[in-house]
Structure formats: C-alpha cells, structure tokens
Ligand binder design. Structure first.
Ligand SMILES: Nc1ncnc2c1ncn2[C@@H]1O[C@H](COP(=O)(O)OP(=O)(O)O)[C@@H](O)[C@H]1O
Ligand SMILES: [Mg+2]
Length: 236
C-alpha cells in the first residue's frame, strides 16, 4: 500500500467537507477520484500532502503515519502534486520553472534529467521560453514536469484534462500512461473528463458531499464524456 487514508474527517467551521473517507492506493496504481464540485476532492489532496490537518483520521504513506506532518516533510517522503489551476513563474523559462521543482521533495533531477523529461513531454523546444507565453496545455505540462522533478513516488494530479481539446486529452492520456510505466509512479488523479478516466484509471473512487464509494469502471474508449457518472459506474 503506497498511501492510505483511514476514517478521515475534515470540518471547515461546522461543515464537514470529508466524512469518514477510507482510501487505500496500491503501488503503481492509477486511482481516479471523481465527483461533483464541492465534493471534497481537493480537500482530500490537501489532507494527503499535509496542507490541511484532518479533524480526525490518519494518513499513511508506505506504512508510516504522516498525519499532521507539514507539507515540506511529506514532500520529502515522496509526494508531489499538480494544481487545479497551473501556477507558474511567468517571468521564468520553462526549464527554470521545472528546476524549481528540484528544490523540494525526496530527490532532485539533474539538468539532463530535466531535459529528458521535457523531451518526453514534447516540450524541449520550449525549454528557453518564458512560461507566461505558453498555452494551457503547455502550462499543464510544465506543472507536471515540475512535480516530477523531485522524483516522487506518489503524484497527485488535480483536474489535468479540464480546458484541453480532445486531441490534447488523447496526448495527455498517453503521457500519463508513459509516466506510470517509465517511472513506476503511483497516481491519485482527480478528474472530470470521464472518458479519460475510463481509459486510464485502474480503479475509481467517487466522492459526493464528503462521502466516498469505490466504483467499478466499465471500460469503453468511446464513452460520452458528458454522461453522468451514475451511468458509467456500477455500485458495489
Ligand atoms: N480552506 C477552506 N475553508 C473553508 N471551506 C473550504 C476550504 N476548502 C474547501 N472548502 C469547502 O469544502 C468543500 C469541498 O471543497 P473542495 O475540496 O474544494 O471540493 P472539490 O475539489 O471536490 O470541488 C466545499 O464546500 C468547499 O467550499
Ligand atoms: Mg477541486
């Protein structure tokens, strides 16, 4: 088990954002988390990487209890994340933005490892370009490369596909699959684009109003991504 949340509860003021969430993700797994806006998906990420301390419950990383540890300590144990909305240093180049990622986390990539990563993401020609000049897909790739520059074991990805074109989504699916295979990454992946989830996720957890359910995916590459989740997943 790479990461496990046990009976996690988060209250904001008097309102629960997560209610008794139990999730266990195996090493090498791609686990998708789906659910409507406000379901608690980003809050769950914040609990796992230490930004929010749960009101109760525990978080384990590779069997070690990391509940309540600060984000920089958790990053050093090998957890990295991309944000729902990419936040890059606009005045720094693509390479420099990715380099920033080597300053955090478990390990750090060398100059040539960063260039290899940019090549794998088909971003090497933009290495010297300022991040402020990039389109959305390129900014998302830079965020991904930055998150990977610390060589994490677990990558938390928040809504990577939203805003991308169908062609960009297909390319992103290939990229995430390649990263899992090449780097042996475990990926916890919040996503609204259901067709992408169906193509890539090993298992799916549905969060709704802070409650969770493990769903069985009916794998079909031709899924209508606008179909409501209840049509795509069978209850356990
Ligand atoms: N820092 C915060 N303070 C207060 N309420 C918050 C905070 N973060 C999230 N919430 C609330 O918690 C609930 C879950 O939010 P969030 O985890 O962002 O949902 P999702 O990512 O699934 O859209 C929402 O009702 C949201 O308004
Ligand atoms: Mg969110």
């Amino acid at each position: 088990m790479l990461v496990e949340c046990r009976d996690v509860i988060v209250y904001f003021g008097g309102l629960p954002a997560l209610k008794d969430v139990n999730i266990a993700v195996n090493e090498g797994e791609i686990r998708a988390i789906i659910g409507p806006n406000g379901a608690g998906k980003t809050t769950l990420f914040n609990v796992i990487n230490g930004v929010i301390k749960p009101s109760s419950g525990r978080v384990f990383l590779l069997g070690t209890d990391v509940t309540g540890k600060p984000p920089h300590e958790i990053a050093r144990l090998g957890i990295s994340r991309t944000l729902q909305i990419p936040r890059l240093f606009k005045e720094l180049t693509v390479f420099e933005n990715v380099y920033v990622g080597t300053l955090y986390g478990a390990k750090s990539s060398t100059h040539s490892e960063i260039m290899d990563m940019l090549k794998a993401l088909r971003l090497e020609e933009k290495a010297g370009v300022k991040a402020g000049l990039l389109n959305l897909q390129e900014r998302k790739k830079v965020e991904l490369a930055r998150a990977l520059a610390s060589k994490p074991k677990l990558l938390l990805i928040d809504e990577y596909m939203s805003g991308l074109t169908p062609g960009e989504i297909s390319e992103s699916i290939k990229i995430l699959r390649m990263l899992r295979e090449k780097l042996g990454l475990t990926i916890l992946w919040v996503e609204h684009v259901i067709s992408a989830v169906a193509q890539l996720a090993d298992r799916v957890t549905v969060l709704n109003q802070g409650h969770y359910r493990l769903a069985r995916v009916r794998l079909s590459p031709s899924l209508d991504q606008t179909a409501p989740a209840r049509q795509l997943f069978s209850k356990r």
